[in-house]
Write a protein that binds this ligand. Structure first.
Ligand code: FAD
Ligand code: NA7
Length: 536
């Protein structure tokens, strides 16, 4: 640890916002490795970010346990055990609680404190941060780890406020919700909807699922793992993390290099069948063949395989028809613990709200446009997030000349390298727009390490201001667009391109070339003296 660099002209050297994977590691890095005076703020009442907020039944990572964690400390890796292939929300939260305690982070974390505004004072080169408690605090650096799936999206249905039952969004799920014996409606069939639907169906009196788009999903393949398996993972962690960091999606497996159409139909089916039995959405999309996310024919082969499974699993042909997607298989790949089979239960019904839209929410439930009122005691919004920039545009962030980030991003969010923004000096983002699309903890660590390296460089050389240039930011946006254009993702309607929020511009929001290529780029920029940044 280097001695504290705190300049008393500000309250802190750095203010970090967000106490999830990103913010917690950032605090540790800046405070414990760079010796800086740091304050972390979060509007939540507890730490954990995503895993604090998403307490809905069935909440589970779809990254396997062995790589849904930090890798920065060999001792932490060795001491924390797991016994299932995937981690449930309570398990991840307890891991992050452990991390906070282990590195004594809590003393610098202030909870129940939302950041409502942040302004860069160009005369003093400091950030002034305004909280919803009425405080104003200053720091040289502002680091936002606001989460890319964190700003909840509750569609503006007519009459929502008139509903007399309970209503919840999965991403703001309170403790002690009791659904037993109740008539429950779920709107939304994304990753979250699939999880909550499958988990609660056996408990509730009746479950009505309001589906706008049918989904391609494969089994997650969760189950116990043996202590011997955990031991062998721990013995091989160096190799495992090396592989993760060099890979595309960073999910702990090697992506296939075999194009789907280069093998016979029989072989293709056998590969898909094996992946179906192994489980895992990212494995199904990226470990089977190299081109499912890029080649329409390969994509259709995978999609047809899943459609065949739906036909086999779902007994009622009309329900099977409604559950069967026909569009591209090009959203974030889903996996589940028996989603399609849930619709064979007598207490579960499916309403296709594309064919029969929700016309209003009534005091008693949901009325669809065919005039039917679906009576409900509880209404669950599994309607996703204003992803990536949603939490940024909810804060009044102002950079040079009072320019607001909302204005700057009105045609879609941009960044340089997913971490910096022209005209917003000394501001760094963890998982900002146009960062990598991967299993996220390894990308978070990559960004935090890199940002901390740049701040250390500033400290060591006595510099005051670091700022991405417009030109490099534009180039990065163009690069991300070009890469996205090689994939099928922009052609699917999903949050990855902002298509899930009415009125949100459809733009590229990720660097889709993978973590390996992304890390190489960061290293090149650093080696070239932080190319694309002006440092004074
Ligand atoms: P978050 O964990 O989202 O934390 C952001 C924090 O910022 C929050 O605590 C929030 O309260 C705080 N905040 C935001 N705005 C303000 C403000 N104005 N003032 C103060 N505080 C603020 N990723 C994977 O890689 N694998 C998975 O299996 C996976 N599963 C997921 C399942 C669900 C249900 C969801 C919602 C997401 C999942 N993700 C998964 C993505 C997940 O968000 C990331 O893996 C990771 O947890 C993000 O960490 P973070 O620190 O960047 O952000
Ligand atoms: P998603 O994947 O955005 O899914 C949201 C779901 O809600 C999806 O099925 C939407 O239908 C549906 N939705 C959204 N608005 C409406 C309206 N107005 N009417 C009906 N249905 C609606 O969010 P998740 O939380 O499931 O997952 C997000 C990520 O978090 C996921 O990828 C994981 O990384 C964890 P649509 O499909 O748009 O037609």
């Amino acid at each position: 640890m280097t001695p504290s660099t705190h300049q008393p002209s500000t309250d802190y050297d750095a203010i970090v916002v967000g106490a999830g994977f990103g913010g917690l590691y950032m605090l540790h890095k800046l405070r414990d490795e760079l010796g800086m005076h740091v304050r972390l703020l979060d509007k939540a009442s507890g730490i954990g970010g995503t895993w604090h907020w998403n307490r809905y039944p069935g909440a589970l990572s779809d990254t396997e346990s062995f790589v849904y964690r930090y890798s920065f400390d060999e001792n932490l890796l060795q001491e924390w055990d797991w016994d299932t292939r995937y981690l449930s929300q309570p398990q991840i939260l307890s891991y992050l609680e452990h991390v906070a305690d282990r590195y004594d982070l809590r003393r610098d974390i202030q909870l129940n404190t939302g950041v409502s505004g942040a302004r860069f004072d160009e005369k003093r080169n400091v950030w002034e941060v305004q909280t919803d408690r009425g405080d104003k605090i200053t720091a040289k650096y502002l680091i936002t780890a606001l989460g890319l799936l964190s700003a909840t999206n509750v569609p503006d249905f007519k009459g929502r406020e008139t509903f007399q039952g309970e209503q919840y969004h999965t991403g703001a799920w309170p403790e002690n919700v009791d659904l037993k014996g109740k008539r429950v409606g779920v709107i939304g069939t994304g990753s979250t909807g699939l999880q909550v639907i499958t988990a609660i169906a056996p408990q509730v009196k009746h479950l009505t699922v309001f589906q706008r788009s049918p989904q391609y999903s494969v089994p997650v393949g969760n189950g116990p793992v043996s202590p011997a398996y955990v031991k062998s993972v721990k013995e091989n962690y160096d190799q495992i993390w090396k592989g993760v960091r060099e890979s595309i999606v960073a999910f702990g497996f090697k992506e296939s290099a075999v194009p789907a159409m280069s093998v016979s139909e029989e072989e293709r089916r056998a590969v898909f069948q094996k992946a179906w039995e192994t489980g895992g959405g990212f494995r199904f999309m990226f470990e089977t063949f190299s081109d499912i996310a890029t080649d329409p024919q390969a994509n259709e082969a995978a999609a047809a395989f899943i459609r065949g499974k739906i036909a086999e699993i779902v007994k009622d042909p009309e329900t099977a028809r409604k559950l069967t997607p026909h569009d591209l298989y090009a959203k974030r790949p889903l996996c589940d613990t028996g989603y399609y089979a849930t619709f064979n239960r007598d207490n579960v019904s499916l309403v296709d709200v594309k064919a029969n839209p929700i016309s209003e929410i009534t005091p008693k439930g949901i009325r669809t446009s065919d005039g039917q009122e679906h009576e409900l005691d509880v209404l669950i919004f599994a309607t996703g997030y204003d992803a990536v920039d949603g939490n940024y545009t909810r804060i009044d962030i102002r950079g040079r000349n009072g320019q607001s980030i909302r204005d700057k991003w009105k045609n879609g969010p941009t960044s340089y390298l997913g971490v910096a923004n022209a005209d917003f000096p000394n501001l760094f983002m963890v998982l900002g727009p146009n960062g990598p699309f991967t299993n996220l903890p390894p990308s978070i660590e990559t960004q935090v390490d890199w940002i901390a390296g740049l701040i250390k460089h500033m400290n060591d050389t006595g510099r005051q201001v670091v700022e991405a240039t417009r030109q490099t930011e534009d180039q990065w946006t163009a690069t991300c667009n070009e890469i996205a254009g090689y994939t099928l993702f922009p052609k699917a309607e999903s949050w990855i391109f902002g298509a899930n929020i009415p009125g949100k511009p459809r733009t590229v929001m990720f660097y889709l070339a993978g973590l390996g290529a992304y890390t190489q780029k960061l290293n090149e920029v650093q080696r070239a003296g932080y190319q694309g940044f002006e440092i004074r």
